[in-house]
Design a protein around this ligand. Structure first.
Ligand SMILES: NC(=O)C[C@H](N)C(=O)O
Length: 326
């Protein structure tokens, strides 16, 4: 008979729809008592330690909350011998917290994030099922060294690529271009892909003014004139296609580049990888040659977090560029 060892898992509740309930008017809001705390999890050989670290809708989550989560997880693994951690979180900004933790905590023990699209007392609520799935993934030995994982609706996604794609559907979390890392079946956890390693930086702060600006047809770039360059720490531009800008918008970025403000480019396309392809005016080749950094496989909200982490780690332009481009 094989002996199964007891796994000690830390469950951190942060709020979101998974912790909310619907009232008689159909309005969904947070509760004083988090219904997930009393949820029955039908799994053997686990010791669950549950903490209500926050009780916030995820649009209220800031980078300071992410830093608190990071510190709590590092302590849990280094000093309290936890074998893994599960975080419940609102879905609106779940991908950002997941990526922040992925970039700041060294890989090793599983960290799994989950949430719900239907609150705790709604018909067809997905909260407890997703929590159970996340715990199953966290206790699975194959989940080690994969970075932060996002588990909802029987799918396992990597923090770097996953994104919320639908306002209400329970299959909202998708990984464009690559597809999920793995799946949960009734009895198994199956991984199909291995996410590639990337550099982690254990920052103590996450400060900085880094807006995101989206490109569009006919963009003249006047928006860049409205930015107070002296207060700006960096900029993320959601460019067109493979990574191109209308010529007038590109012109307006030149003064920022000459002041050594880091500018990071991502594509506004849902699928694919941003790279310098075109040599016409405003094309990706010219943008890269002028010093704009390409963040090839992340969306703008994740590129922004990565840039803030790089800046707070004290990276100067050349090392910031290699951090952002890998
Ligand atoms: N499904 C959800 O959790 C959405 C909610 N607005 C939140 O992110 O807190």
């Amino acid at each position: 008979m094989t002996k199964t060892t007891l796994k000690k898992i830390l469950v951190l509740h942060t709020g979101g729809t998974i912790s909310m309930a619907e009232d008689a008017n159909g309005h969904v809001h947070p509760n004083a008592e988090n219904p997930m705390v009393s949820a029955t999890i039908p799994l053997d050989n686990i010791e669950l330690v549950t903490e209500d670290i926050f009780n916030l809708p995820s649009p209220h989550i800031t980078l300071d909350h992410m830093l608190v989560l990071k510190e709590r997880l590092i302590r849990a693994f280094n000093e309290e011998s936890f074998d893994g951690a599960v975080i419940t979180h609102g879905t609106d900004t779940l991908e950002e917290t997941a990526y922040f933790l992925d970039l700041t905590i060294p890989r090793g023990k599983p960290i799994v994030m989950t949430g719900a699209m239907r609150s705790s007392n709604e018909l067809g609520t997905d909260g407890i099922y997703n929590l159970l799935s996340a715990i199953r993934v966290a206790i699975n030995n194959d989940s080690r060294n994969r970075g932060v994982l996002v588990v909802l609706n029987d799918e396992i996604h990597s923090a770097r690529y996953v994104t919320k794609t639908h306002t209400t559907n329970i299959s909202t979390f998708q990984t464009p271009t690559h597809g999920p890392l793995g799946l949960l079946t009734k009895n198994r956890i199956i991984y199909f892909h291995q996410d590639t390693e990337h550099q982690q930086l254990n920052v103590e702060s996450a400060k900085g003014k880094v807006p995101i600006i989206k490109a569009y047809a006919g963009m003249t770039g006047e928006i860049f004139d409205m930015i107070d360059i002296d207060r700006l720490d960096g900029l993320v531009v959601e460019a067109l296609g493979a990574g191109n800008l209308p010529p007038q918008a590109y012109e307006k970025l030149k003064p920022l580049l000459s002041q050594e403000i880091p500018i990071v480019l991502v594509s506004r396309c849902f699928n694919g990888i941003a790279e310098p392809v075109y040599s016409y005016e405003g094309g990706g080749q010219a943008l890269q040659e002028s010093g704009i950094m390409f963040a090839p496989e992340v969306n703008s909200q994740k590129a922004r977090l990565k840039l803030i982490i790089g800046i707070n780690a004290g990276l100067k332009l050349a090392s910031l560029k290699s951090f952002m481009e890998n």
